[in-house]
Design a protein around this ligand. Sequence first.
Ligand code: SAM
Ligand code: SF4
Length: 382
Amino acid sequence: MMSELSIYIHWPYCLSKCPYCDFNSHVSNKKIDQEEFLDLIEKEIDYHGKYIDDKKISSIFFGGGTPSLMYPNIIERILTHLSARSNIANDTEITMEANPTSVESQKFRDYSNTGINRISIGVQSLNNNDLKNLGRTHTAEMAIEAIGIAQKYFKSVSIDLIYARPGQDETAWKLELERALSLQTQHLSLYQLTIEPKTMYEKLYKSGKIKLPDETLSNELYQITEEICDKFSLRKYEISNFSKRGFECKHNLNYWNCGEWIGIGPGAHSRVREEKKHRRSLVNEYDPYNWGKRIRKFGHSLIQNSILTDEQNQDEYIVMSMRTRDGLNINKYENLGGKLNKDNINLLISNGYLSKDKTEENIKVTRKGSLVCDSIISSLAD
Ligand SMILES: C[S@@+](CC[C@H](N)C(=O)[O-])C[C@H]1O[C@@H](n2cnc3c(N)ncnc32)[C@H](O)[C@@H]1O
Ligand code: SF4
């Protein structure tokens, strides 16, 4: 049987930098040479040939930055290059992140012709004043129009919203979320606003110019989110991700299940299995200019290439799996050589923070537990 692999392709450019964002995204002062970018991506794919060749590709994800700035023919040629080495089938999930400006949504049809079959639109908010404060260059109306266009061409449409924004109360979020859900997308990623280091928002936050909801309100907003999504039949399958049945993001599930993937592009990471037990971690050069330079010089951009220790594999599995609906599989964790702290787990179960599934093979965080997920995670292992 062919083993399965996911592929992530990173496009590191945006038209403007949003003040809250710490992703590897840059505003270039000159026009991006997309032919050159394609050439570098192809070279990096070739370098990873031994991991990619003859694999069945379960998912491909074009992320960013703003990958919807890429010309459709560049996407098409990347997919052609990949399919010459591996098996991209009808059931391969191929996602692109897109910003909802009118220029980008006019390209949705062309993207669907390249083989992209899932689109993830960064709506962020349906409140125009808040969109302005988030530094977004689109309005709520443009976002709604983009969703409508996407629904014509893609069977699977997802939207991202950021909540727990400055000044947002329960009523405002409830109305906004219900409006978003009424647009009937198959998937929603709902993130609480996080103040990331070295962003403009961090400066504003530290100087008191923006205030976030306190912990009680944040928790309430989180509970409301789950309840309202439930009412619209969107099930939570990860802390921030909700979908209709069968529309969970395969690509992200593979990360959370500690599968295998190859990351192509500046700053992208890979995890590959070598022998039965060993997982290798690869990290690409972060800075887009140096990334290109390294590929030209060495044929690859790797700045880190190491085998994960048993402890790193165990930690990664706990952190990733406990965020998901199915939770942590006890056998899988023990096969990684890990030892769970059964006393702590039983106490967390009796206090309603954790639960076991019917087969008693998995432990997962309850709704009450998800409010303190990080501290639960840190107390599970011996
Ligand atoms: C790679 S980013 C952006 C994709 C696309 N360029 C866009 O802006 O729509 C993926 C998502 O992360 C979320 N995000 C980014 N920074 C965040 C922050 N500081 N707090 C919460 N969510 C954030 C946004 O919802 C964003 O759509
Ligand atoms: S949120 Fe999206 S558009 Fe804004 S800077 Fe980050 S990656 Fe670029």
